[in-house]
Design a protein. Structure first.
Lengths: 494, 402
């Protein structure tokens, strides 16, 4: 069930939230309230298919048992159990997500291909696999004691974060579980949770339906066309920059909705985005983009590999390994590996340059450079294969010839570049205006995290206009979704 | 109300107000243009004759079936808007119904054909074929999957979905805003359309005399009255070599989903098989079939020739259609590049020929043995002479029909 679907917004959410409020305010024990949310989350998940639910439940029970076993016994036994747990989780993920890819890498077609290809990818498996691995590791490290089944069930299934994150750790959720019902009963629930939650839900929905889906109209045709033949220079840049905005508004919109929904249910989730396109370096970008994935990769991969403790060259190797795996996590294709590798190289260069202690680049210029660099790296992420990736890069760098559309005729006259009336007359101009609008939003407007700050919360709570406007945006988004059959969130596929 | 906690009450009130506003405005709009109820019921009757031109609930399939049930035609035209100007007057001496636009793809055409053959048995089915029916970018899930579920009955759910979708279209918004700004609401409801004198049902019929006549053919009312509204000839810039089409033929746009001009070679086997299936179904029901490749404007075809991929694709489609016709021994009329002495000005937008183009086409069609046997050719010749006498000035054939 997608957050941007009519069934979720009109039926599931209002019904679940109303029942939750009634239960929580009726004074029933907190465990009952938590059980209700867990049950509703399982219904939410089962919407994608009962087979997926079955796989999910098997995974939950196995991890729960393993976690309980991890606290006792000799270190060697615990190490074996931890390895078994990680292997189980990665095995499940590998089977459903990567088996076909690895069989392709090995080469040829085989009966195994047929068997593997039969199974669809269980929804959210990439996210809940990391979450469960993190929990097992944290239990093994002694950072957290195994929790009761209900708490663990809630931790894993809580529907706002279930399908596409944020990837939560034990300390994000467990301390809050016993306080959910108490929070809802407090007078300050409306000011601290309900209003910011609704506001985030509104902002997220608007980002997805109004912005991301609109930028998709510019990005999709460009990448589809690149499969057939090279694009013109302007078309390829507009397509690429439109995709940069599409994926940002899509995923950050999703994250806003997730955070907002969690707040409605009295839970605070960790933020996932903090204006990443304002980053002034690639290191800074990864501190702002998909922050909970960055945190996971840092704490459970980069640091255990040795991080920066084993010398400069090992640091770069560890960075590359981390980013390559991070890339592969997004999808079973060489394109995602290349995307991860590109970011690994960029991060290594960034660290290297930083060590040279050169004078700082002015911040606005740095933000532009980082935005363009990150955008260029999106090409393999969006392109469906290597051929399209190469074709697209060639178009972007003018290797397929530089031809300008009519609206850029003055530039053509000044530079001597060819202007062709065979190019779309106004679509290039429309695209350029859309890109300018996207840049205005990401570079100048406050990001949605401000809604969680005390000052904005106070302003929101007392604002009639904000309440009325939020409702309007939600109603209009639902109407748009109903008519348009809104596309699913990009990160749902991962 | 205390301002301290104003957000929540105003949010709840907003949900109600905005919800009512959105739902209410849609409902009011539909009610005002007579599109809110099973329109087939009101539009099917001939007394008085109706011009059925809905903007939102364009449930052509159900409407067409209803009219075919009522008129029991001997000759039925299927296909897209490119066959919509065939009038009953062009096939004198027969019961004729133009069901174009009920099915705008091969798969839909098969589904519609099966539906009409179940209820009625037309003796002759004319199928104008569009090149894009064989384009990978033109969605045709029915042909590709061989499975179609097209509602035969009026569906409220479909109407609501279509209305919300329509309201997101800049074209529709322009239409609605234009009418609102002109204060035309309700004024035209009871007024017969200025072209054919029929009672308008639906937004387009009421506001622009656009809609389906009782014979099923489409009346481009505003264009017949000289109001292009910037949506066809002007936007496509046909006087400048159809420059407006270049946007669609550009590889970037052509490859995008929904574009008519995506090319592929060889033609998709599933689509070719669907055409063969269409012909076979007609044979199984003893209905004769005539395949038609309708004409494009000469200037438009010149533009197509500038794109080798497009030219090859158009040629592949024509060759394939003729091969299918030959295999199944059915008549075919390839008029794609042949418009005789009719020029660009006889096409609304390069792809849609006007009544004169269709009259010329009808004369070619009735020369085929299968139609020569049933159509009164002398009456058609008289009609053509009368029409020629009216020259190119504005409205002509619909006045004869009137």
């Amino acid at each position: 069930m997608s957050f941007s679907s009519v069934v979720f917004l009109v039926f599931f959410l209002p019904i679940t939230f109303s029942l939750f409020l009634v239960l929580a305010r009726a004074g029933v024990p907190g465990k009952v309230v938590v059980s209700f949310i867990a049950l509703a989350s399982l219904v939410f998940y089962a919407w994608a298919g009962f087979v997926f639910l079955l796989i999910f439940l098997v995974s939950i029970v196995t991890n729960y048992i393993l976690a309980r076993e991890l606290v006792d016994g000799a270190p060697s036994r615990r190490r074996i159990l931890l390895c078994a747990g990680i292997a189980f989780n990665l095995g499940l993920l590998g089977y459903f997500k990567y088996a076909t890819f690895f069989l392709d890498v090995i080469g040829g077609s085989s009966p195994a291909h047929t068997v593997v290809a039969k199974f669809a990818l269980p929804v959210g498996i990439s996210f809940y696999t990391f979450q469960k691995i993190a929990y097992l590791v944290d239990v093994a490290r002694g950072e957290v004691k195994p929790k009761p089944l209900l708490d663990y069930l809630f931790f894993v299934t809580f529907f706002p974060q279930l399908v596409a994150g944020p990837i939560v750790r034990h300390d994000d959720i467990f301390p809050q579980i016993d306080r959910i019902a108490w929070r809802v009963r407090r007078r300050r629930y409306a000011a601290v949770f309900l209003v910011p939650g609704l506001a985030l839900l509104t902002v997220g929905l608007a980002k997805k339906v109004l912005l991301a889906d609109s930028f998709a109209f510019l990005a999709d045709p460009a990448f589809t066309a690149a499969a057939e033949k090279p694009l013109t220079l302007v078309s390829s840049w507009i397509g690429l920059l439109a995709y940069s905005f599409q994926i940002y508004f899509d995923f950050s919109g999703y994250s806003d909705i997730a955070l907002g929904l969690a707040l409605l249910f009295g839970v605070r989730l960790p933020a996932n985005f903090n204006s990443p396109y304002r980053a002034t370096s690639i290191i800074d970008f990864w501190r702002r983009w998909h922050m909970t994935l960055s945190r996971f990769l840092r704490d459970y991969l980069y640091v255990p590999l040795g991080g920066n403790r084993l010398g400069t060259s090992r640091r770069y190797v560890n960075l590359m390994i981390t980013m390559l795996i991070g890339g592969l996590w997004h999808g079973a294709s060489w394109n995602f590996v290349i995307w991860g590798g590109l970011h690994g190289v960029l991060l290594s260069i960034n660290h290297g340059v930083r060590n040279l202690r050169l004078p700082d680049v002015p911040r606005p210029l740095a933000a532009v450079i980082v935005f363009l660099t990150v955008s260029l790296a999106w090409v393999p992420f969006r392109a469906s294969d290597l051929h399209i990736t190469v074709t697209y890069y060639r178009s972007l760098f003018g290797l397929e010839g530089i031809v300008l559309p009519p609206f850029l005729a003055p530039i053509g006259a000044l530079t001597g570049l060819m202007t062709s009336s065979d190019l779309p007359s106004f679509s290039g101009l429309r695209g350029a205006l859309a890109i300018a609008g996207g840049l205005f939003i990401v570079w100048t407007l406050p990001n949605s995290l401000v809604l969680l700050t005390a000052q904005w919360r106070r302003r929101l709570v007392s604002s009639r206009a904000a309440g009325f406007l939020s409702a309007g945006i939600i109603v209009i988004c639902v109407a748009l979704i109903y008519g348009r059959q809104s596309t699913p969130f990009i990160y749902f596929q991962f | 109300m205390s301002k301290r906690r104003a957000f929540i009450p105003w949010f709840l009130a907003g949900l109600v107000v905005w919800g009512l506003l959105v739902v209410g405005s849609f409902a009011a709009l539909l009610a005002m243009v007579d599109e809110w109820r099973p329109i087939t019921a009101s539009a099917l009757t001939d007394d008085p004759p109706k011009l059925w031109g809905p903007l939102f609930g364009q449930q052509y399939f159900a409407y067409r079936l209803g009219r075919i049930d009522r008129t029991e035609p001997e000759i039925v035209v299927l296909g897209s808007s490119r066959g919509s100007q065939f009038r009953a007057e062009m096939f004198p001496g027969t019961r004729f119904y133009n069901a174009s636009l009920a099915a705008t793809s091969l798969g839909d055409s098969i589904a519609f054909l099966e539906a009409i053959l179940r209820a009625r048995r037309p003796r002759i089915v004319i199928l104008p074929i569009d090149t894009w029916w064989f384009s990978p970018t033109w969605a045709d899930p029915c042909a590709d999957a061989g499975d179609c579920t097209i509602p035969h009955e009026f569906s409220l759910d479909q109407l609501v979905a279509a209305t919300t979708r329509s309201m997101q279209s800049s074209f529709v918004l322009y239409q609605v805003m234009f009418v609102l700004s002109e204060g035309k609401w309700l004024a035209l409801r009871a007024v017969p359309d200025p072209i054919g004198g029929r009672m308008p049902v639906g937004f387009l019929a009421q506001q622009g005399a656009d809609g389906f006549r009782p014979d099923g053919s489409y009346q481009y009312g505003r264009m017949a009255l000289g109001d292009y509204g910037g949506v066809t000839r002007d936007r496509l810039r046909f006087t400048e070599g159809y420059a407006g089409f270049i946007d669609r033929l550009d590889p970037v746009a052509a490859a995008s989903s929904g574009n008519r001009f995506g090319t592929v070679s060889p033609l998709p086997p599933a689509r070719v098989a669907a055409l063969e299936r269409f012909v076979e179904i007609c044979h199984q029901h003893d209905a004769k079939v005539v395949l038609v490749l309708p004409p494009f404007a000469p200037g438009f075809m010149k533009l197509i020739e500038r794109y080798p991929q497009q030219a090859a694709f158009f040629s592949d489609v024509a060759t394939m259609v003729k091969a299918v016709a030959q295999r199944h021994q059915v008549d075919v009329l390839d008029a794609m590049r042949s418009t005789g002495d009719l020029g660009d000005e006889h096409f609304y937008d390069g792809m849609h020929g006007d009544e004169r183009v269709h009259l010329a086409l009808a004369r070619k069609l009735v020369a085929l043995p299968v139609l020569a046997a049933v159509v009164d050719r002398d009456a058609l010749a008289t009609l053509a002479r009368t029409a020629a006498g009216r020259g190119d000035a504005g409205i002509w054939l619909h006045l004869i029909a009137r």
